[in-house]
Design a protein around this ligand. Sequence first.
Ligand SMILES: [Zn+2]
Length: 342
Amino acid sequence: MDPEPFRYDSEVPPGEVRHLRYEISETYLGDPVEIPVTVINGEQGGPSVFMTAALHGDELNGVKVMQEVASRYNPADIHGTIVCIHVANVPGYLAQQRYIPIYDLDLNRSFPGRDGANTAERMANQIYRRFVEPCDLGIDFHTSTRNRTTMYHVRADMNRPEVARLARSFGANLILSGEAEASSLRTVATNDGIPTITVEMGRAHRFQPAMVDRALEGVESVLAEYGVLPKKPVSWPGWTRVIDSATDKTWLRADVGGLVEMQYGDVPLVHEGDTICTISDHFKTREKRVSAPFTGLVAGVLQNPVAAPGHPLCHLVSVDDATLREIEREIEAGEFTERPWS
Ligand SMILES: [Zn+2]
């Protein structure tokens, strides 16, 4: 494949790295709102891969992943193009909040966006037309929402073979399969023939180095799979659990109000009947035990320790026997490193 310029509304020729700021909106003062973007166009031809971080402005692990990806690859080694959108939701990022202030618009429910629509849809439209549409596949980095944390996992529609290839090549242990919301970046890009996965990692407002390192390995593995880095190996995580049915996952919710204390051990594996957490009243005269309805992984947990009836406490996903044996072997060998709350 011959190398080609990467075209947005300017172009980056083959063999060049460009760190640019692209205007997608204006502030109240009429100053430009610009997203930082890095385009690394390889000397050799190949697919174009986009990566996005901070579509939700307080989800920072992906911002660190973008900084590292943007600075570690050289056009001489690359077959194709890497496009890093370091911070997509700049107004949310500046305010360190999830949504675009002040109308709380969700940028990740605004794709593909259009001119003449609200602020979020106009911004989404610029991002989408300029930097997503010219690409062949993509990875969108998120974390859990504020007051929760999540295990490192991929979300992808595994019923689509081209998406399943991408999701598996990222090398995460846990894949939650399903369609995303209709106007999310993942859904819109995938429906446009640009297979896209979401990576969920840890919590908002933090850099979590262990997860960032895993994500960098995942990115490299994807680049290897698609021939962007033809000399690198595709990584295999040891075990993969794909959750594709609603019966294999559940949010456990509080039935009483009170103070929540997580009770499971060092690793997010629980067996059926194990106590996951307790909810006690302020006088410590009443304690309600919340136990695991099936053996599985605690894929997400509440971090705020107070709950009212109906509050989500933890997201539990089931594991099959073979996966359970492999996880127990890893725990025994000290190889199981998943610590979503650290
Ligand atoms: Zn998010």
